[in-house]
Design a binder for this molecule. Structure first.
Ligand code: PAF
Length: 282
């Protein structure tokens, strides 16, 4: 695996691959990689001849009271893991490379609609930061495909909207959620959990399953959502939301069959966890 920190070197390498007819897939990350990320590398390999992973803790997607400073940074372990996972190139831009005019003068990509609900409402500016950095990564790497985990369900919807509207010639691939044996979705933030919180955390996945089963059994969605929030709150979570939505994140009508997604975001102590479960209502 090659590690590249300068944009000129990245472009030269990618140009060489492209000129020899090879397809390139990008796996954007913020580092502190786990088995979930490494599975994205394996998936990227199915969509391209060359796999580029970026590691960049993006300051513009963290709110003023969020965990940008304490976000875990593990560059050596990330590089070793990516190498082992079969990544061809690790792109490690600095903040100055990513935002050459400075963060305050940066051109911002703002996606309407899908960003206005759920995490968009609870984390103002978060998705502008995500769309802005992903657009920059796309322009830097010029990939044919890019892989995003489905755990960040709304993020994936935002990226798809941006790619379609700005006509990025990139296939966006959603990767299935990787879970711990007890059902907890893998996340870099899981390591913030105390032992007691970690023992409680799988309740999110269990609650999502109960929500799915309730909707499939014909219970009104509003009741299912309310009960899920109560269960989480009584167990010690502070839920931001526990909802059932259409794939476009609109509120579905109870009687209308079709694809659904149950989504939960909840704080456990100082850690905010998100998870979701896609299903079909027949
Ligand atoms: O999902 C993430 O890790 C980040 O939001 C991303 C897509 C790498 C952008 O910083």
């Amino acid at each position: 695996m090659i590690t590249v920190t300068m944009l000129d070197a990245l472009r030269a390498q990618v140009r060489g691959w492209r000129q020899s007819g090879q397809r390139i897939a990008l796996v954007p990350t913020m580092g502190n990689l786990h088995a979930g990320h490494y599975s994205l590398i394996a998936l990227a390999r199915q969509h391209a001849d060359r796999v580029v992973a970026s590691v960049f803790v993006n300051p513009t997607q963290f709110g003023p009271n969020e965990d940008f400073e304490r976000y875990p940074r593990t560059p050596e372990a990330d590089a070793a893991g990516l190498d082992e996972a079969g990544c061809d190139l690790l792109w490690l831009p600095s903040v100055d490379t990513m935002y050459p005019l400075g963060v305050s003068a940066a051109v911002t990509v703002s996606v309407p609609g899908v960003t206005e609900t759920l995490d968009g409402a609870h984390r103002p500016g978060h998705f502008d930061g995500v769309a802005t950095v992903v657009a920059r990564l796309f322009n830097q790497v010029l990939p044919d495909a890019a892989i995003f985990g489905r755990k960040d369900y709304q993020q994936l919807a935002v990226i798809r909207h941006m790619v379609r509207d700005l006509a990025f010639p990139i296939d966006i691939v959603g990767a299935d959620i990787k879970r711990e044996p007890d059902g907890l979705a893998m996340s870099s933030r899981n390591q913030y959990l105390s032992e007691a919180e970690r023992a409680l955390a799988p309740l999110i996945h269990q609650t999502l399953q109960v929500m799915r089963d309730g909707v499939r059994a014909g219970r009104p969605r509003i009741e299912v959502e309310r009960d899920a929030s109560v269960v989480l709150a009584e167990a010690g979570f502070m839920p931001d939301y526990a909802v059932v939505r259409t794939p476009e994140l609109a509120e579905p009508k109870d009687a209308v069959p079709g694809p659904r997604v149950a989504l939960v975001a909840a704080r456990l102590g100082s850690t905010r966890l998100i998870d979701n479960l896609e299903f079909v209502l027949d």
